[in-house]
Design a protein around this ligand. Structure first.
Ligand code: ATP
Length: 199
């Protein structure tokens, strides 16, 4: 699986629609200070579901929408699409090419899509579980992150290895199952109370 394409429109400094094609091998993004290099990695984090405006170097989520310049009006929405070659089937979905899209409007309304079909953020999160991709995946190493990984608590470091070894999805499913079990236990208690009252 490899990253094929990134399309950005109205996100931060990218008012017009741009398309970046990633060929096999290493791609380096170069440019003068303030030209938008980091905005590209912000766009990748954002489309993968980043919810923290601070991580995206902004104050509020609306800050990701092109804010206008002296010569250009602000835009009403931002959209980013990220396309992966899935011919090796690593992503658990029956498509050889997978595009995830996120769009946000100034009203705060937000949409996620997988191959142009609307979905939930949870679906995007689950699609990339155990692949190392994702807003917190080890495939995106932000500035200062290497130090953070080396100095993090052993439990946090273990999380990185768990994702790499592919057991994270089972842990997440186990937590969900435990949460549902607890809810069912509570419901049973309530039903028993009602039965006792009725008897
Ligand atoms: P450096 O090399 O200094 O780290 P960089 O190439 O990584 O810089 P970025 O930090 O990606 O640059 O881009 C910063 C630019 O993006 C600034 O000029 C800033 O005004 C612009 N920018 C950020 N958010 C928006 C927005 N919502 N609308 C318009 N422009 C924005």
């Amino acid at each position: 699986m490899h990253l094929k394409r990134l399309e950005i429109q109205g996100f931060k400094s990218f008012a017009d629609r741009i398309q970046l094609d990633f060929n096999s091998g290493i791609t380096a993004v170069v440019g003068p200070n303030g030209s938008g290099k980091s905005n590209i990695s912000d766009a990748i984090r954002w489309v993968l579901g980043e919810q923290s405006a601070k991580t995206l170097r902004g104050g509020k989520m609306e800050d990701v929408i092109f804010a206008g310049t002296e010569h250009r009006k602000p835009l009403g929405f931002a959209e980013v699409s990220l396309t992966f070659d899935n011919s090796d089937g690593i992503l658990p979905i029956d498509f050889s090419e997978v595009t995830v899209t996120r769009r946000v409007y100034r009203s705060g309304e937000s949409e996620y899509m997988i191959n142009k079909t609307q979905c939930r953020l949870k679906d995007i999160y689950e699609l990339f579980l155990d692949t190392g991709i994702g807003k917190d995946g080890y495939s995106i190493i932000g500035q200062g992150r290497v130090d953070e990984i080396l100095s993090s608590k052993s439990e946090e470091r273990r999380g990185i290895f768990e994702e790499a070894s592919g057991i994270m999805k089972y842990k997440v499913r186990k937590q969900e199952a435990e949460r549902k079990l607890e809810m069912t236990r509570q419901n049973l208690l309530r039903i028993n109370d009602i039965i006792t009252e009725l008897e």
